[in-house]
Design a protein around this ligand. Sequence first.
Ligand code: AGP
Length: 613
Amino acid sequence: MCGIIGVTGADDALDILLDGLERLEYRGYDSAGVALIDHGEVVRVRVADGTHSVATLRRDTEAVDQAFSTGIGHTRWATHGQPNEANAHPHLDCAGHLALIHNGIIENYAEIAEDLVAKGHTMTSATDTEVLAHLIEECTKVEPTLTDAVRRALGMVRGAFAIGVVSASDPELIVAARQVSPLIVGSSGSASYIASDIPALLDRTRELMVIEDGEIVELRPGSIRITDAEGNEVPGRPLDVDWDVEAAQKDGYDDFMTKEIHEQPRAIADTLRGRIGSDGAIELDQLDISPDELAQLRAVTIVACGSSYHAAMVAKYAIERWARLPVDVDIASEFRYRDPVLDKSTLVIGVSQSGETIDTLQAMRQAKAAGAHVIVVSNVVDSSMARDADGVLYTRAGPEVGVAATKTVLAQIVALELLGLYLAQVRSTLSSQKFDDIVHELFELEGVVEKTIERDPAVAHVAQELAHAHDYFFLGRHASFPTALEGALKLKEISYLHAEGYAGGELKHGPLAVIEPGCIVVAIATGGEMKEKILSNVSEVKSRGATVVMLAEDGDELAASLADYLLLVPAMSPLLSPVKDIVPLQQLAYHLARNRGLDVDRPRNLAKTVTVE
Ligand code: AGP
């Protein structure tokens, strides 16, 4: 996820870009840059300074003693290529006349780059975006206008994008386009603007319009012309905005946690994007280990903390079932001190949204020193873990502001399951029918999670009913066991209520003794195979007076008949079920915390990134 902004027809284009980028930092901040048009030249400034990138960009442009009226700006959250200056946007064509900013992922960038390099283009970055700048340059050779060249180029790319393009040869023009990634336009007086989101423009104008998928916009001072993919002019759809800037950064939601819960379908889609070919085969290009070496592996060990550990536990069930490899999942802080037995026949996977958690980082270092091939599943490109690991598999959830991990966890499960399928592919452990069925279901996840999120009012109602409860037990079995652990962690983390997650089969081995009237048992009765067993556990706790919140699949009448409160989710196969089952548990924790008047984004005693032991 990145932030883009552009303006033409203003007296103070640079200030507008910098102010807008500051307000878009919640979309990413590992590097930032601007490109402005000055007397037939493109003036570009880019910086990569971690969380300070936009501030550094402001400082570095202070010396620029010129007034610009047209320019584009970008704040980046890397998905392809490290967050360094060379990879920062805007990207230029070979001649340096055309500059481009992009939010999204160009899936077929590698094949386009190969073709362009053969035609004599020189790439200076490791991004998918730069390819598009050169492709448009190539198209300008056969098209009469920049807009036509952009339209032709976009016809050749696959993926998600919101782009803004300026050219020294038409100095007052910005061409923008959208496919999947968000894009709005606005105007005030002679100034015309583009941005990926409302907060970037709120201090300049409230006359905003949404750009739809497939549309291309030409912006000039005092004019905005929107056309569809065929070039027909279409009317803009006005946006009614009565938010202040802070509310707009939260997309109108009350807090970042709700916003991030709603971003989960996108996080899943982006994490899958470009990693499953048109023939259904998995393509993971940054693992830095050959398919032959993967086929020779004897075991997998996954190390992680907190919610990332729960995502790893889900992956254990999937990798063992699909790739027939033994999988050990370890809490990183324990792994570090237990002298684990490892060698190069073990693949070690670190899982961490931040890529900085000290225990996971040290566990990975230890595994590497023992001779294992180490990869990391991280949401932050070029994080410490990404730099240390032999290979990487990035989740693409965009920055997560809320301390409680939500969208990053779902993206981790999806990434790890993709990896499990890839292992199955290189080891030939699944029939092609089974493999295709799983791929098909992976693609369905985005829609299923969206549908699940929409059921929030039912969860809010249950939370209201449970206002007086203080003790929660989350029960699950098989791949729903980590779901139970995640539900309990989320609840204690933001509501400060006592919550424990248990494997249902463990109930009789101790915890049953504390079940009494007043206890709330949240039973995850989804995912097929083990459902009957969880329902037996439900009977056991009900007969001891517990109140049961049942998470069950649509149409499951037996589960419904045993529930005091029912939360329904769409049905999916057991190994993918956690991805959508975690959603109502996030929402339950959220509503219980909000009902208690707590700050869900900044729970007490906790930090987003834990870099101390
Ligand atoms: C989850 O809601 C927590 N904030 C926490 O458990 C977190 O998952 C853990 O600290 C690991 O962080 P990481 O993914 O950045 O390594």
